[in-house]
Write a protein that binds this ligand. Sequence first.
Ligand code: IMP
Length: 434
Amino acid sequence: MPGLVVVGAQWGDEGKGKITDLLAGRAQLVVRFAGGANAGHTLMVDGQVHKLHLIPSGILHPDVRNLIGHGCVVDLEALAKELDALEPLGVGPARLGLSPLAHLVMPWHKLLDSLQEQRRGKAAIGTTGRGIGPAYADKAARHGLRAGDMRDADVLRERVLQAAEDANHRLTRLHDAAPVDGVTIADRMEVLAERFRPYLADVTEETHAALAEGRNVLFEGAQGALLDLDLGTWPFVTSSHAVAAGACLGAGVGPKAIGRVMGITKAYATRVGSGPFPSELLDETGERLRQAGAEFGTTTGRPRRCGWLDLVALRHAVRINGLDSLALTKLDILDDFAEIGVVEAYEGPDGQPGGFPADPADLGTRRPVVTWLPGWQARTSDARTIADLPEAARAYLDHVATAAGVPVTLVGVGGGREQTLMDSDPFTGREVLA
Ligand code: IMP
């Protein structure tokens, strides 16, 4: 079955958007299955930069249908801004659909996100402030709003007013903050609903139909394995399912609908926000990676924490996602380094060798054991096939593949579509491309 899941294998920001955009050229349907406007996917097509947060990264292909799945939380204001930029390119309900089951991020969710962060003080998660945690919490508590509530204007108004009242209870009693004005929010929601009603689509039905017809379906994740709500470095995680299993929930398919899973990793590692990061470099090498890789958040502009590629964590990501292959992005950022570090193993608090901890939160107690590989000190961004890469760069890729236990079948050497080198078709894993 030609269903391919694309997920982040680290802490997000691996370049999933870019890879999804490229692979969408071989797909008929792209379903974004998790997250919200916390994600930031930067695409560079024909020299133009597009920044997406919620809209699936296949949207720049005129013949590809893109769906925002049930597992996402949708901020209609953020979606409206994104669409404003894309509508001149012909994007409308024919190209983009929104699941009625997706929960809505409301203005109070963003307020609660920042108030909760303030209350956490030193233990703050460092969220993106996009209301993600509170929106998913409402979903789990069974009193959120869903995109499907937009279908009927009267029902929507009633639900918004009720939900605003609930939120005001929390805002004023728990956080001693000012209440929101439910009527103003309901008025605005009416306008947004008018715009987005035509986008509502049966995501489960469309996904099953496409798979049944043998079409290539791409399931696009958000964030990365170690930010997954269940499997990440909790509580320093996002509130959704970033691992491949999330594709089933977020699109409404069973595991057998997934043919292959591709994990995206950078050639090094980054993390935004708080939480353990064993390979973090707090020295000038970390700063060098940050500057060379322009490691500043797409959504918040925050400087990303940088470090060497962590092969122990990557191996773990291979297991929990069932990865078949890896796409390794930003290889060109390492072009100038004489030596490149990779974390080969961990030492536990007792100084003894230790594997990936049972609780990822314990990563903070692991000391990284770094191995050095020779750099290539040559420009890779002009390469157009993996074979074009310098020998030391290919040796680096081989080292990563051996440690991870899966092949590296895609390599990114720059922001453009033509700078992603691919040696097999990710949908089948077989066909060798010219
Ligand atoms: P939230 O998803 O805004 O609640 O943030 C929770 C954690 O996930 C924080 O550490 C964020 O920095 C991180 N995070 C959320 N979205 C992304 C992303 O797209 N890339 C990288 N980190 C993210």
